[in-house]
Design a protein around this ligand. Structure first.
Ligand code: MN
Length: 154
């Protein structure tokens, strides 16, 4: 990283920020996400946290995962749905989502438009865990969750 701790202003335009790398995620055959990109907005060591912006195209989704570290999320663009534990909720710009440790979570662009959110996270963090088949079966046991995972939330 360059210029750590230095004063800096980066302008925002069209959901991109000056001098912020836009990282489309690689999608392989078995990738557990779709059509999502990442921009790291703040990664200052002195802050202890990072702020990232994730954006997905219509129909895209983030990885279904859980981990020890927490996330603080603010929806920034478009409408979508989020899975939080076994709860599915419609979310819109400005909505805040607190994702505690070891809570399954996923975001989906369900409104036929791009959907993006800001995500605050510890700089030092554990690797995400993906659901096993038994985990998925348990999640699918909740009707709303099954519909969400199939891309058809109520
Ligand atoms: Mn996560």
């Amino acid at each position: 990283m360059t210029e750590a701790g230095q004063p800096r202003i980066r302008n925002f335009r069209d959901f991109r920020w000056d001098a912020v790398e836009h990282r489309p995620y690689k999608e392989e055959g078995s990738a557990p996400f779709r059509a999502i990109s990442r921009q790291v907005l703040f990664e200052e060591p002195a802050l202890g946290c990072e702020l990232r912006y994730f954006e997905m195209e219509a129909g895209g989704f983030s990885t279904l995962e859980r981990h020890e570290h927490m996330h603080g999320v603010m929806v920034f663009r478009g409408h979508g749905h989020c899975l939080l534990g076994t709860t599915v909720r419609a979310v819109k710009p400005g909505d805040l989502v607190t994702i505690p440790a070891w809570t399954w979570h996923q975001f989906r662009a369900t409104a036929g438009e791009p959907f993006g959110f800001l995500c605050m996270v510890n700089r030092e963090r554990d690797r995400p865990q993906l659901p096993t088949e038994p985990d998925l079966s348990a999640l699918r046991g909740v009707t709303e969750v099954a519909a969400f995972l199939d891309g058809e939330p109520a």
